[in-house]
Design a binder for this molecule. Structure first.
Ligand code: ADP
Ligand code: MG
Length: 602
């Protein structure tokens, strides 16, 4: 019969390390949470080699006395709960008392700590779970934990770690999460001696976003706040139409704890699915607060995933709040376009503002629909040809060439006039079409780029007036090299000059030259976060959408000829109904409406 024994603590710790410590980012998470629990107002994080070889988390919190410091490394040693009933009202991050001994069991672990009541600090060194020394040391008030050679003693675990870049990107993302949730704490993150971000304590989460994610994202977000029946929602969400290629900026906190919650992410996607193109994600940094009793945090060992006791209430609150926020925000669209209804665009696979084409049945020309006689396209054409003299009416070029369902719809638009340089008016057999030339231009340009990217063509370049110098560190440099071919194909002219220096001489013709540097920098930032080569095509589309939504767009007014060409190009688009930001490109007033208004049949 096998003999039962109680496991040695060191072994037990290594086993529990399997749950708590998965990768450098999870070590950082435990250490940062301890610093926050220790009332720190300043936290500094440093890592090397993606945190595999070295990670340091240092705070100015309450620190520990010698005996406490020793105790903190024992299993189930915690200062945060005493009895089982405390579990129901957990306010601190930690409570299992497992993190420090687990981490120390699988690394070379050095803790220096000093409480404000002592002049001297203590240094504890533990290697692979064995205490090497405890000695006095000089130390400012607070705690510094250094974790070196993670999993060196457990090669089985070490081999599950990903590349340095990937581990670094997890670490960076995690630190950003905590920095967002605790803007009153000063955070800095360093990769070796290079500062990745430094964000002093600030009051508004907007400022923090700007510092840690950059100006681009900060400007694409608007604040939201709502509450109902004990649930509160605060945070920042993407302006309608602004979207990202990954879910990385869908960041959620519940009671200020970063969480993964399907309920929240589904709610956001549901509320936004009419506002962002298919396959793209709205950025949303949301803070949900509610009675902790209504949340189950203890479902996952890393406490990341949570469940709401009342899923459906939370979900409908979130969807309604987000929808009403978006409606208020896009009032411009709705007012300007007489509150369009939404309809399913099966090609784009999403809801788009409905373009009332006078009931699609009316396109079966010469048929009575709803008791109304509709006009034949042919007869309409011949009639107008006869009745109009000279240039006052212009026909779209080549209407006959255009085939397919959508094209049929538009093939007999007749240009009538252009107002204020952007509103073009067309007559069709079914009514009058109002086209927003700039929106159409944006859509056409967007799909041109999309097609060029799909067809794998090289895009045209334009020279920059002044070259830009880019100084890159090792990681950025490796990522740039990996994507250089793609970037060049896209139209960038980039040359290396000297170690870690690159010169940007040109950019794609469709990109504003002012944006060129930012494009490359953002691209490298994403490469760093994702640990490799981002999808360059998706990234380029993002940039184009962003650019078309900025007010500085140079294309201000259009000539008649341009508008006619645009309308033709628009007809050939996959989604002619909206600009890349989801705003309508045109709408139609059907003759039916004229009949109703004039109270006569035509
Ligand atoms: P838990 O956080 O679950 O209590 P840990 O193993 O993470 O367990 O930490 C054990 C104890 O060590 C904590 O309860 C706390 O008292 C102390 N401690 C850990 N990190 C710090 C720190 N940075 N500053 C002050 N005390 C700390
Ligand atoms: Mg802890």
């Amino acid at each position: 019969m096998p003999k039962i024994r109680i496991l040695e603590d060191r072994v037990a710790n290594q086993i529990s390390a399997g749950e708590v410590v998965e990768r450098p980012a999870s070590v950082a998470k435990e250490l940062i949470e301890n610093s926050i629990d220790a009332q720190a107002t300043k936290i500094e994080i440093e890592f090397r080699n993606g945190g595999k070889s070295y990670l340091r988390v240092e705070d100015n919190g309450c620190g520990m006395h010698t005996d406490q410091a020793l105790l903190s490394l024992e299993r189930h040693a915690t200062s945060k709960i005493r009895k089982a009933s405390d579990l129901n009202e957990i306010r601190s991050f930690g409570f299992r008392g497992e993190a420090l001994p687990s981490i120390a069991s699988v690394s070379r672990f050095t803790m220096r700590t000093r409480s404000s009541f002592r002049d001297e600090g203590n240094e504890l060194l533990i290697n692979g779970g064995r205490l090497v020394h405890v000695k006095e040391c000089g130390m400012p008030k607070g705690t510094r934990v250094e974790v070196a050679h993670l999993f060196n003693s457990v090669p089985g675990r070490r081999k599950f770690l990903k590349t340095e870049n990937t581990e670094a990107s997890h670490l960076i993302h995690l630190t950003k999460l905590y920095a967002l949730a605790h803007s009153q704490i000063s955070f800095s993150l360093m990769e070796g001696s290079r500062t990745l971000f430094r964000s002093p304590a600030c009051e508004r989460v907007e400022d923090r976003v700007r510092e840690i994610f950059g100006k681009g994202l900060a400007e694409a977000l608007t604040p939201i706040s709502a509450n109902s029946q004990g649930i509160e929602l605060d945070g920042l969400v993407g302006k309608p139409g602004y979207s990202r290629s990954t879910r990385k900026e869908m960041i959620f906190f519940v009671n200020n704890r970063p969480v993964e919650s399907k309920t929240i992410s589904y709610s956001v996607l549901e509320a936004y699915h009419t506002f962002s193109p298919k396959g793209r994600f709205p950025p949303a940094i949301l803070f949900v607060s509610m009675d902790p009793e209504l949340i189950d945090v203890n479902v996952h060992p890393s406490k990341r995933e949570i469940r709401f006791r009342n899923e459906s209430q939370v979900r409908s609150f979130l969807v309604e709040s987000l929808l009403s926020h978006n409606r208020d925000f896009s009032g411009v669209v709705e007012k300007g376009f007489d509150k369009p209804d939404l309809e399913m665009d099966h090609i784009a696979g999403k809801m788009v503002p409905k373009v009332d084409l006078g009931a699609s049945e009316t396109y079966k020309f010469d048929q009575s629909v709803n008791g109304l006689k509709t006009v034949s396209a042919d007869s309409m054409f011949s009639k107008t040809t006869q009745s109009t003299s000279g240039d006052s009416f212009k026909f779209l070029d080549n209407p006959g060439k255009i085939a397919g369902k959508r094209e049929e719809i538009n093939s007999d638009w007749r240009f009538l006039n252009l107002s204020k340089g952007v509103f073009a008016i067309f007559i069709t057999p079914q009514g009058i079409v109002y086209l927003h030339a700039k929106a159409a231009y944006e859509r056409v340009r967007f799909e041109q780029l999309e097609n060029a990217l799909q067809a794998n063509d090289s895009c045209d370049s334009q020279k920059l007036l002044l070259s830009e110098a880019l100084e890159l560190d090792a990681v950025d440099r490796a990522n740039l090299e990996a994507s250089l071919k793609d970037l060049r194909k896209l139209g960038f002219i980039i040359e290396e000059f000297g170690r870690n220096f690159y010169r940007l001489d040109g950019c794609p013709a469709w990109l504003e030259p002012d944006e060129a540097r930012l494009f490359v920098e953002d691209f490298l930032e994403i490469a760093r976060e994702e640990g490799g080569r981002p999808q360059i095509n998706q990234f380029a589309k993002d940039a184009l959408i962003r650019q078309t939504s900025t007010p500085t767009e140079k294309k201000g007014s259009f000539s008649d000829e341009e508008v006619i060409r645009l309308a033709n190009q628009l007809m050939k688009c996959k989604n002619p109904y909206t600009c890349p930001n989801g705003k309508p490109t045109f709408f139609e007033t059907p003759y039916r409406d004229f009949e109703t208004r004039f109270k006569r049949e035509l």
